[in-house]
Structure formats: C-alpha cells, structure tokens
Design a protein around this ligand. Structure first.
Ligand SMILES: Nc1ncnc2c1ncn2[C@@H]1O[C@H](COP(=O)(O)OP(=O)(O)OP(=O)(O)O)[C@@H](O)[C@H]1O
Length: 408
C-alpha cells in the first residue's frame, strides 16, 4: 500500500495561491486604491466617514484591496489621538435579510457568551441593540458588508444605519458602511433612498486584463512555486485563459494551483502547459456543477434547451426558438412550463454564472434581441445536467444528436 510522503518539489508555499493568503502588496489597482483612499480620507480627518459601495465581477480584488487598505488605515490613524477607529467586517453570504445581518453585527460586537439568538426579536429591537453596541464602542466605526447583495429586498438596515446618527439613534459612534457586491443588478434594485446613502462613493473594479493577471501571478509564483518548477509560458497561459473568461485573479490563481497539483500528483518536475489545460477543464466543470446547484428545476430545463440546440448545431439561438425547445422538453418530462419571460430570467442567471453567453442582435426598428449559446464545453454541461436531472432518455437523445452533428 502507498504511504503518505511529503511532496514539495513543485510548491514552496501552496497556501500563497489560496483564498486565505493576504498578498503583501496589491498590484494593478493603483487608480482604484487612490479613489478608495480619497473616500476614506474623512476618517483620518476626524469627520463622519463616507459610505462606500464597491462593485465588480468576482475575483477582481474588491475584498483584497479593502482588507489591505483598512489595515493600513488602522495603522495610519493610530498616530492621531482624536481618532478612535474600529473596523467590523462580516460576510453576508448566508445572511438573507437586514434582521440576520443586524444579529450578526450585534454578536460580533458582544463578548463570547453574551450573543443574542438569531430569531425571536422584533426587527427594531435588534436594530436598537445594534445601535447600543455601536455607541458603547464609540469613535469611528467602519462596517464592511461583503457580498451585501445577499441581504436581498429586506434592506432596511442599509437605510437605517447610515441615517442613525442624524435620526438621533446613535450619539457616540460615527458609522460608515462599506458595501461590497459582485451583483450588478443589486445596485439598481436598491430603494433610491438606500442608493443615495450606501452608494455615496461608488468604486467600480473592472476585470483584469491578461498582462495585469500575469503580473499578479508572477509575484504569487515567486512565493508559492519552486524555482524552475514552471515551464515557460505557464503563467502567461493561466493569465490569458482567466482574462479571456472572467478577468478574475482568483481564476488565474486557481488555474496555477490546480495545474501545480496535477504536476505534483504525477511526480513531474515541472508544471507544463498540458497541466494548465487539464486544470482549465476541471475548473470549467466545477463551475457548471456549482452553478447548477443554484438553479431550480426550471433553470435546469432552460439550460437543457440550450444544450439541445447546441447538439443540433443551432446555437447561438434566439429566445423565441429556445422557448419552443424548452416547451417541448418540459412536455416530454411532464413538468409545468414557465412563461417565456421567466425562462428569459433563468437564461440571464445562467449567463451571470458564466454558463451561457449572450449576443445582442440589433434589428433596427423592431428592437434588439439576444441569442444564447453555451459558454462552457458541451460535455461539461451534459455531465452537470445528468447529475441533477433524472432524464436519461432525453439526455441520451441529445448526446446521439450531437454525435451525428459531429459526424456530418
Ligand atoms: N491586485 C491584486 N494583487 C494581488 N492579489 C490579488 C489582486 N486582486 C485579487 N487578488 C487575489 O485574487 C483573489 C481574489 O480576490 P478578491 O477575493 O479580493 O476578489 P473579490 O473581487 O473580492 O471577489 P468576490 O466578489 O468573489 O469576493 C484573492 O486571493 C486575492 O488575494
């Protein structure tokens, strides 16, 4: 039997490619950092902080830049006796309402053992407890709400917190909110009064370009990967693939880490371009499977309709035709179909998840329409669908059609 044995020929510090690693410096974000520092300047000057809203796709450095700057801010304001700054950061991913976010904040502020229960209070009581805790801390308090879009439509806290001081609910504390989101729709859906305050300063983090990703990867690889353990062109390929797909530094780092793991598992002495290709396929597959988990049954059928059209080599395909295919598939599976508008929403979600791509077609006087296609390999979509749908015969038919189309 094989025994555990230490392997460290590829990585010198694999953790440096992981999510919890804090980079020593942030690269390629000078403009955003400068704007962000301007937004935080009132804290240093002793005034009430601005509320800041950061948005941009996943993996573009919103959290990394925020952590880096707030650490620096805490250090820099320590020289001013009249500024007493505290930072509270929470991730709202599992908190789906103002109530839950407020409870989480109260419990962050309370000592262990004095936490409040996450149910059973009227919302205003929890808000009152939160204001009390904040006043007890006093000074300037920055509250970072990462993935703030999870709060959904029940966003009263985002309205009340920034106004708490002017409404007399806070006396001691000066509170600023830092909201972070990768959901572009969230901002527009906010109540205009919430938008006015939460988005007092808005910072957009655009996707990274390939040369930017390459620089980020190079400084990580210096820490993470052994000398000469990377074939020439590996970092360049990881950067190019991630730039072409999402512009996400996380994706570029994941590609390099996975490619390194493949090299290590094969006892190869270098990470090669082939290892990167295997890593790319694995990540793509994971993304589809992840995305599928978030969808309802109707979302799966909307995807199935696109997959079926792709098998017939009929993508990009416009909504009207996709909807007909969707109806046919629902009918054969005996499920109640949704209206075209709802299917359209599912397709938009699939697009947000990077599973579909959409092309806008302009038709002049009759307006524009979208055509949809798979943005992941056909085989990945099929595999993910077979995991969630008990529709072997339909999937088999699609598979056969795809094989025939290939043979033609
Ligand atoms: N400019 C950069 N310099 C160095 N590392 C970076 C940079 N941008 C991102 N990273 C790294 O990429 C990974 C993802 O970044 P981060 O978590 O900040 O993205 P995000 O925009 O907050 O994404 P999400 O919306 O998914 O939370 C982290 O490991 C981070 O350290």
């Amino acid at each position: 039997m094989r025994r555990f044995e230490r392997k460290q020929n590829i990585f010198t510090n694999k953790d440096a490619l992981g999510e919890s690693y804090k980079p020593e410096r942030i690269q390629e974000r000078d403009d955003e950092i400068s704007e962000y520092m301007d937004a935080l300047q009132p804290v240093v000057d002793g005034w009430e902080p601005n509320n800041v809203f950061l948005y941009g796709n996943t993996g573009v450095g919103k959290t990394a830049v925020t952590e880096f700057l707030l650490e620096m801010l805490l250090e820099d304001v320590s020289q001013y006796d009249d500024v007493d700054l505290s930072v509270i950061s929470i991730n709202c991913k599992t908190l789906n309402s103002s109530y839950q976010v407020a409870v989480e904040l109260v419990n962050e502020l309370r000592p262990p053992g004095a936490e409040i229960s996450s149910t059973g209070y009227p919302q205003q009581t929890v808000f009152k407890k939160l204001f009390q805790e904040l006043d007890d801390v006093g000074g300037t308090i920055l509250i970072v709400l990462d993935e703030v879009d999870s709060i959904g439509e029940r966003d009263e806290l985002l309205y009340e917190l920034p106004r708490a001081r002017s409404n007399g609910k806070l006396e001691e504390a000066k509170v600023g909110l830092v909201g972070i989101s990768n959901d572009f729709k969230f901002h527009d859906q906010l109540d205009p009064r919430v938008q006015d305050t939460l988005c007092e300063r808005e910072l957009h983090f655009p996707p990274y370009q390939a040369p930017e990703l390459q620089n980020i990867l190079e400084s990580r690889a210096d820490v993470a990967i052994a000398e000469d353990a990377c074939e020439e062109g590996v970092l360049n390929l990881c950067a190019a693939l991630a730039a072409r797909d999402s512009g996400s530094a996380r994706q570029a780092l994941d590609l390099l880490r996975l490619a390194g793991e493949h090299a290590e598992n094969n006892d190869d002495s270098q990470i090669t371009l082939d290892h990167v290709d295997i890593a790319r396929q694995k990540l793509e597959q994971e993304r589809v499977v992840e995305g599928m988990r978030e969808l309802t049954e109707n979302g799966h059928f909307a995807l199935l309709a696109v997959v079926s059209k792709a098998a017939h080599d009929e993508t990009p395909c416009r909504m009207r035709d996709l909807y007909q295919e969707y109806l046919r598939l629902c009918n054969s599976a005996g499920i109640d179909p949704l209206a075209q508008r709802s299917v359209h929403n599912h397709l938009s979600d699939l697009r947000m998840l990077g599973i579909l791509s959409a092309e806008e077609n302009r038709t002049g006087s009759r307006g524009n329409y979208y055509s949809y296609a798979l943005d992941v390999p056909f085989s990945s979509a099929m595999e993910a669908l077979s995991d969630v749908l008990a529709l072997d015969s339909v999937l088999e038919e699609i598979r056969r059609t795809a094989q025939q189309a290939e043979a033609v």
